[in-house]
Design a protein around this ligand. Structure first.
Ligand code: ADE
Length: 236
């Protein structure tokens, strides 16, 4: 069972995410658990102030070190240990499939979601989190990034997807149609066999598994060359 602890100022953002589809089933099957912690509970004053104006002036608000650090320390102490602490920021290490794979062997992952202009720098100085970005664009906060990480990791856990092989053959998996290479997935088709003059490739209909495997490999390589040639230059 992999435990996620999410520290956020907006726990309501996760409502539908946690109660629908694969994550709901995985939670019920005790493959994964997600605990939400409202950081405002650590604010300590009646206005629940978690942020303040930046020293030196300028726009936006900064999350306060004396609120966030005790909050993270309390959640860490709730166990179970050991754990990884990820802090979301556009300045972090880029999250990708390889990163997701490394998280599947953890027992517990804390996800610290910022908001506004960012965290007081001393939060990272004290807590030494792994800073993580989901891409080179700026979000309003880390909540969407936390959902991305939870979903990408959870679907790799054994028994979470119905078919054991489903995630092995995903795009970016290095265990799929071309083992050892992180490529895009091959093309997929289902019924009808013909639609608006477009036909399903004959090879997929003939039941010859060796030929189908070869076609899928070629489809995967071809699509990667065409859409994401940068992936072919990366070694795993
Ligand atoms: N917070 C704001 N932008 C972000 C991003 N791109 N990734 C992760 N956290 C963020």
């Amino acid at each position: 069972m992999l435990h996620f602890d999410v520290l956020t100022l907006f726990p309501g953002i996760f409502d539908g995410f946690l109660s629908e589809s694969v994550l709901k089933n995985a939670t019920e099957a005790k493959k994964v658990s997600v605990r939400l912690h409202n950081m405002r509970d650590w604010a300590g004053d009646k206005h629940a102030t978690m942020d303040d104006r930046p020293f030196g002036g300028g726009p936006g608000m900064v999350l306060k070190v004396d609120r966030v650090v005790p909050c993270v320390e309390d959640v860490l102490a709730m166990g179970p240990a050991p754990s990884r602490l990820l802090m979301f920021s556009p300045q972090g290490r880029k999250f990708d499939q390889r990163f997701a794979e490394t998280l599947t062997t953890e027992q517990r992952i804390l996800l610290l979601c910022g908001r506004y202009e960012g965290f007081d720098e001393r939060i990272a100085d004290i807590l030494r989190p792994e800073e993580v970005s989901i891409g080179d664009y700026v979000l309003n906060g880390g909540e969407v990034a936390a959902m991305v990480v939870i979903e990408a990791v959870m679907r790799l856990l054994p028994g979470v997807l119905g078919d054991e092989d489903s995630s092995r053959f995903d795009s970016f998996s290095n265990d799929g149609v071309c083992p050892g290479k992180r490529m895009l997935d091959c093309a997929h088709y289902t019924r009808p066999r013909e639609y608006r003059g477009l036909e399903v490739p004959e090879v997929l209909l003939n039941g010859n598994h060796a030929e189908i495997a070869k076609w899928r490999e070629e489809s995967s390589v071809g699509r990667t060359e065409q859409k994401r040639p940068d992936l072919l230059r990366i070694e795993n």
